[in-house]
Write a protein that binds this ligand. Sequence first.
Ligand SMILES: Cc1cc2nc3c(=O)[nH]c(=O)nc-3n(C[C@H](O)[C@H](O)[C@H](O)COP(=O)(O)O)c2cc1C
Length: 220
Amino acid sequence: MTQRPPRILVFAGSLRAESYNKRVAENAAEGARAAGADVRVIDLKEFPLPVYDADLFDSVAGDPHALHDAGGGVGGPHAKPMPEGLLRIKEQFRWADGWVVSTPMHSGTYPAALHNLIDWITRMAPGERPLDNINRKVIGVVSCVFAGSGTLAIAEFKRLMTTLGSMVVPGSAIVEITSHDEMFDAEGKIRDQDVRKAVESTGARVVKFVEKLGLTGHGD
Ligand SMILES: Cc1cc2nc3c(=O)[nH]c(=O)nc-3n(C[C@H](O)[C@H](O)[C@H](O)COP(=O)(O)O)c2cc1C
């Protein structure tokens, strides 16, 4: 049986089509690939999730974590299907050993879209255990923000994920916003070599931690 490569999921905390953070996420993905990982870059916009509301599905009395999916044949006569985007994105998180997130700063912290995602993926689908998609996952965080915004979105997102039981890698990288042309070359690479290296290193560090912690298991 062969050890498979670490599986790293990379995404931005922004839904915006022209998001700077989506570009930065691609650069972090490059670092993870160079370190030998199997990398998937996803766009949260392709997995639409409503604002979390327990009434959107049949929660079980006394078990606020449970999700019942009528489509999966679980739940009573009033069972409602989970949001379609949630079913698909849960697959991505189940697949991953680690994530690299590039987060914008919204109102002094990471965006609501990112918190909403965490709220949804921490709800259990049938067959899942609590925090299956969070525990034992290695997480790296970078950020693209305006000059002076500093590390707040990164610090807040790291604190959230640490609280939930993820393993957050030390270090991060900040890309300061000027304009697409100034920040990225024609291939989308970050022009500033030092910043690019710091972003790629965050991707690579997640891969190394997954390997060192022996989280890849074996085979497929
Ligand atoms: C709702 C909202 C709140 C924001 N709050 C802040 C903020 O507190 N500090 C800051 O520097 N930029 C703030 N911004 C600016 C974003 O960081 C900036 O638009 C950035 O480009 C977003 O990343 P993106 O290009 O990946 O979407 C805010 C933007 C939005 C839409």
